[in-house]
Design a protein around this ligand. Structure first.
Ligand code: SF4
Length: 352
């Protein structure tokens, strides 16, 4: 299968009359001004010039605001600009993200015309109380309707959900995942809630009415969702907001993050935690006390297995007195690890 490059184009708060309590789209996308046709051309040209593999597929992705909610003339302008590159076979497809209540037959027909392939819906939660609590302005019924229509028209469907919304529990989030899986998305993005400057959530946070998740809590919740979507064979294409100058460590001067589970390698934390569980499961299965394990791992995956600041290795030593010997092996499939118990406690005593 050919590689696919993505050309990201941010369309900030354009056309979005909503004010979800957690959102300040300008800050999240790092864009303060509206996107124009000229911007689109410049961005595409820049990326096309810099892609190394000229034979790869290329997708232009409009991220950020609610694409199908922006002024229809501007939508056409942006789409037709990309479509010119599609006609010249320099770009293969388009991806957009939007709100579920901004989808209808006319909208979908227009997107088809311009070769949009993937539509991602910002769902955030399927619990109507939580949706109302964060002023989303739509209900789960809108998500169901839009998702079915998108699939019926032959688009690839994606969903975006959040963890740690006000009053949302781990169970609510698992229920959201279950509800979404029934709508058969091809992909999911999971965003832990961060408190961003200038949002209503910031006020709630300052008044003590909202307490964000810690990094550890957010990792645990995301991990459960990964297990669930993994079983359903639904691709998780992102965990955590994209790092930008403004979405950065709250201690940095330009950061617009006030509080919440920010981490610059958030997805790796979740993946490391999953590897830790896998290793531990293997150790616990052995009917004897394990002293040493050998883990065969692809070089591209070593840091995830070892964990952030070697946390997995240290935890195994501190909590279970297990030593880890890493065998880095190019032939080991990426994302797979092979765990072998190489020393049990009795062998260790015999060696002494
Ligand atoms: S609908 Fe999307 S862009 Fe609009 S306020 Fe809510 S999160 Fe932000």
């Amino acid at each position: 299968m050919k590689n696919q490059y993505i050309i990201p184009i941010f369309v900030p708060h354009l056309g979005c009359p909503n004010d979800c309590t957690f959102c300040n789209q300008h800050k999240i996308s790092g864009e303060e001004k509206n996107t124009t046709k000229e911007d689109v051309k410049k961005i595409i040209e820049y990326y096309l010039e810099n892609f190394k593999d000229k034979n790869s597929k290329v997708e232009v992705a409009f991220f950020g605001g609610s694409f199908t909610g922006i002024d229809p003339e501007l939508q056409e302008e942006l789409l037709s600009t990309v479509y010119e590159y599609i006609k010249k076979k320099k770009v293969n497809s388009i991806r957009i993200s939007t709100r579920p209540d901004y989808i209808n037959k006319e909208v979908l027909k227009k997107l088809k015309k311009y070769k949009v392939k993937t539509i991602e819906l910002g769902v955030q939660s399927t619990n109507d109380y939580i949706l109302e609590r964060c002023k989303r302005g739509h209900k789960f019924s809108d998500v169901k309707k839009a998702s079915k229509m998108i699939r019926w028209y032959g688009f690839k469907l994606g969903h975006q959900m959040m963890v740690g919304l006000p009053e949302s529990t781990e169970l609510d989030e698992l229920n959201t995942a279950k509800d979404l899986a029934k709508l058969k998305p091809k992909m999911i993005r999971i965003y832990p809630v961060l408190v961003i400057k200038g949002t209503e959530l910031e006020k709630e946070y300052n008044q003590g009415r909202y307490e964000p998740l810690t990094v550890e809590q957010a990792v645990e919740r995301c991990k459960e969702l990964c297990y669930f979507f993994g079983k359903k064979k639904i691709d998780i294409i992102r965990i955590g907001l994209q790092n930008t100058e403004t979405i950065s460590d709250p201690t940095k001067e330009k950061s617009e993050v006030v509080a919440g589970p920010y981490h610059d390698t958030f997805r790796s934390l979740v993946e490391s935690s999953i590897y830790y569980d896998t290793i531990l499961k293997k150790i616990k299965k052995i009917n004897a006390k394990v002293k040493e394990v050998e883990i065969r791992v692809n070089p591209r995956n070593t840091s995830n297995v070892v964990g952030y600041k070697r946390e997995n290795i240290s935890k195994l030593k501190e909590l279970y007195d297990v030593d880890v010997v890493l065998k880095v092996d190019e032939k080991c499939p990426i994302e797979k690890i092979d765990v072998k118990v190489t020393k049990k406690y009795q062998d260790f005593l015999d060696d002494e």
